[in-house]
Design a protein around this ligand. Structure first.
Ligand code: 13P
Length: 193
């Protein structure tokens, strides 16, 4: 795809990343967003705080993980690539370090989804992947194995991943993961020891 035809998609990815920051689902440059476009993906850059990411800073990769053009992709590019390669139904991947989901991912168990709306989206639980260091192929493979055909997965001691047919859908799911985690932790606190 030409640089010009990629422009609207770069705008979409940069806007989605900004939205994650505004929603408080990420801080600084933690978390990342990708979108399948033609024969490759667009992904947020590494190490740039969300409020400073512009469309021209979004990085293009092919499906072998090679940078097309300029920039340094998110350190989690392997995670995005593995999920997008394995799931043709998925066009967008959103990874956050949202606080309640990250806290829920400290328990050694899938996250129980307590409310009916959440269950319609995710089923009874959001699965927890096996732990692996950030930025590794192992983390990517573990996330895929736990995600299966689902829409969300938690990464232990790390955060959450949502996948969608569109970027808007993946963003909404990232918010809903956080809501499910908040409700679970709140219910635990209310129930007491
Ligand atoms: P990037 O700034 O490289 O995207 O890294 C943040 C992150 O989410 C690590 O898991």
């Amino acid at each position: 795809m030409s640089a010009r035809s990629l422009r609207p998609f770069r705008v979409e990815v940069a806007r989605a990343y900004r939205r994650l920051g505004e929603l408080g689902l990420i801080t600084g440059s933690s978390g990342n967003v990708s979108l399948r476009v033609g024969e490759g993906i667009l992904i947020t850059p590494t190490g740039i705080p969300w409020e400073r990411v512009r469309p021209e800073g979004i990085v293009a990769l092919d499906f072998a993980g090679r940078v097309r053009g300029r920039g340094h992709p998110s350190s989690e590019w392997r995670l995005h690539l593995v999920l997008l390669r394995a799931r043709p139904d998925v066009r967008a991947v959103v990874h956050t370090h949202s606080p309640f989901a990250t806290a829920a991912a400290l328990f050694d168990q899938a996250l129980p989804v307590l409310h009916d709306e959440g269950r319609l989206l995710f089923g009874e639980t959001i699965p927890l992947a096996r732990h692996a260091p950030p930025g590794t192929w192992e983390l990517a493979q573990n996330a895929l194995a736990a995600l299966g055909e689902g829409r969300a997965v938690l990464l232990p001691r790390h955060g959450a991943v949502a996948v969608g047919r569109t970027l808007d859908e993946a963003l909404t799911l990232a918010e809903k993961i956080e809501e499910a985690a908040r409700l679970f932790l709140l219910s635990q606190a209310l129930r007491g020891p």
